[in-house]
Design a protein around this ligand. Structure first.
Ligand code: NI
Length: 291
């Protein structure tokens, strides 16, 4: 008995390192896969919902495999804040601009300051700019005026634009198609239009970005659009702290959750996670000129 037990023990002891090694190898493979680098192309880290734990949020993003976060401004004051955050965190880059909600009160002085801010080497885009006919917080005519001025600025400064379109599909498409705005590069953020609209925008060279809503159970139409948009034109984003993807819907969103958006796109397209992670990162690097 003793001999037999000692034989079992020694065998167990002998095999244990091999067993641990093979488990560790498997775990490392999973971790390697999990560590595919990704990018959140649209977050609002300056939002007050991050005041308590902003540094932890960025650390978690890094640990989840994010290489970059594009932090997007909404007005002059948040544009200044996104600049400060881009200076504080090496993985965070900045987009500056005036959201259609904040079109009221914008004057030449605001554009002058945005132009000044854009000289910073971590500013990679103008945004978010566009039209919002859902909330109509600013009169539509004013929204259009501010949108067009910023498209002009984007063109003048040769910066890509991040476009916000809420229930303004027709007007957005019309503006982007107009002759004077040809040649501008950019992305339709948190895309909510039809595939026909996506096609028109892609023909103009725009990328289509998907956010948390693509994971919602009632978003079959959006998922169908994503299934048709070629991976070459897709970006992924969170729009943190808003639009939290499933299964965390209802909680505060944060950049690490972009992984769930990438996973959903991979599932819809029947592609490996890694392929979508790599391509969406490559697309974003091309658009925003990240090295
Ligand atoms: Ni946003």
């Amino acid at each position: 008995m003793l001999a037999s037990r000692s034989y079992e023990d020694s065998r167990g002891f002998f095999y244990l390192p091999l067993y641990v090694e093979s488990c560790w190898g498997g775990m490392m493979a999973i971790l390697e896969e999990d560590k595919s680098q990704i990018i959140d192309t649209h977050a609002h880290l300056d939002d007050e919902k991050f005041h308590e734990d902003r540094e932890d949020v960025v650390t978690r993003a890094k640990e989840t495999g994010l290489k970059y976060i594009i932090n997007v401004g909404c007005d002059l004051s948040s544009s200044r804040k996104v600049m400060a955050l881009a200076e504080e965190f090496s993985m965070v880059y900045a987009a500056i601009g005036i959201h259609p909600h904040d079109a009221q009160g914008v004057n030449e002085g605001v554009f002058r300051e945005l132009k000044e801010l854009s000289k910073h080497n971590k500013v990679v885009a103008f945004g978010e700019i566009g039209l919002d006919y859902h909330y109509d917080f600013s009169p539509r005519e004013l929204q259009r005026e501010v949108f067009l001025s910023q498209l002009d600025l984007g063109k003048e400064l040769d910066l890509p634009v991040i476009i916000h379109d809420r229930e303004a599909h027709g007007d957005i498409t019309e503006v982007l198609k107009s002759k004077c705005y040809r040649g501008i590069r950019g992305v339709l953020h948190c895309f909510s239009g039809s595939y026909e609209m996506a096609k028109e925008c892609m023909n103009l060279g725009y990328y289509i970005s998907f956010a948390g809503p693509i994971t919602f159970t009632n978003s079959r139409r959006l998922q169908e659009v994503a299934s048709k948009v070629p991976l070459d034109f897709i970006l992924a984003e969170t729009d943190s702290p808003y639009l939290t993807p499933e299964p965390y819907r209802g909680k505060r969103n944060e950049p690490m959750n972009v992984r769930l958006v990438v996973e959903k796109i991979a599932e819809i397209k029947g592609l490996p996670y890694q392929a979508v992670a790599e391509k969406t990162l490559e697309n974003a690097k091309t658009l925003f000129g990240l090295s």
